[in-house]
Design a binder for this molecule. Sequence first.
Ligand SMILES: NC(=O)c1ccc[n+]([C@@H]2O[C@H](COP(=O)([O-])OP(=O)(O)OC[C@H]3O[C@@H](n4cnc5c(N)ncnc54)[C@H](O)[C@@H]3O)[C@@H](O)[C@H]2O)c1
Length: 365
Amino acid sequence: MRILVTGGIGLIGSACCELFLKEGHEVISVDNNTRESLFGDKGNNKANIKENDFFKSRKLELVDGDIRDKELMSTLVKKADAIVHLAAQPSHPKSLKIPIEDFQINAFGTVQLLELARQLNPKIPFAFMSTNKVYGDYPNFFSYKIMGKRYENVVMDSFNEELPVDRCGHTPFGASKLAADIYTQEYAINYGLKTATFRGGCLTGKNSRAVEMHGYLPYIIKCALTKKKYYIYGGGYRVRDQIHSSDVASALYEFIKKPKPSNIGIYGKSYNLGGERQNSISIFETIDAIKAKTGILLDFEEAPERESDHLWWISDMSKFRNDYPSWRITKDLDYIFNEIIDYFIKTLKLSVKLKEIDYFKKKKR
Ligand SMILES: NC(=O)c1ccc[n+]([C@@H]2O[C@H](COP(=O)([O-])OP(=O)(O)OC[C@H]3O[C@@H](n4cnc5c(N)ncnc54)[C@H](O)[C@@H]3O)[C@@H](O)[C@H]2O)c1
């Protein structure tokens, strides 16, 4: 296959490029490094090109372009056997400052891409990386209690795709992604495109050019290792499920290899995609884990809650597992923490040692 990956030099984009190339496919990545213009030098995703050898593959075409460029995208869509659409303004706090640009990239960029696929190449699979922010802050309306150093949901073990998407706040990011998510479904329902939307939880890995506004786990680890103060917005009991970028890429790959329609033959399914309960962790638990693994106690300060931040999110992935039973989460919390800590120790040349490799595994016993 020749797979078109938008946002191909980002966290998930680089994991997709790596996997698809390893599986013998050709890849076209289109990315104009908007992340750097959004978040400054620390968000520069071109560092991923420098640091990862697979970007040198002759089977990879790296296009420096904007997904909103209709002419460019027409050429690329025509050449593709599958589309994995990841390019986005990815931050909900940032979207409050730039709602129009957020809309243009996330909503318009996606609709135009769907329309080009419909006009030029309607038979190919189209995976759209959505977000659990499509559910807005509806998850916060549930009851929670503090258990140890985390919130626990009193009634739900995890959230599936039945959660309402309205009657709550979203931030412009949640709204633009929801629009894109719904359009992706509409293009399956009305035009027969083989689409699916993946509503990601906390996606993570060393290739995240993490900044305060996006990239929770790498950013908090980096703050600890570099002795930078970390601001906890709205309390440290908040829980997120962490999924490694390579496991996200393998889920998207399962779909583009074999898109699954509903039992009445219509595509456009939505899947929650996250690390589930086994990879869930609160901010306070993250601080403890960093301390155990590196000996460093994070310097933090509590700050007011941010708009539409979930108190607690754990993904229920039964729907995806049902369609793709052989897919697995292969990276646990120890792997994820160790990879990110090791990456910063090496690239920032820190004199920190990774002390406790199996902290989470031991904790479970
Ligand atoms: N990281 C997370 O925790 C998370 C959670 C849920 C959903 N997502 C979604 O996953 C996808 C990938 O996110 P990521 O974490 O890899 O973020 P990322 O910022 O590392 O990657 C996104 C890439 O898209 C590129 N891009 C943005 N606007 C563009 C444009 N107009 N034209 C071309 N390229 C453009 C950026 O330069 C960047 O390289 C996004 O759609 C994001 O909303 C991410």
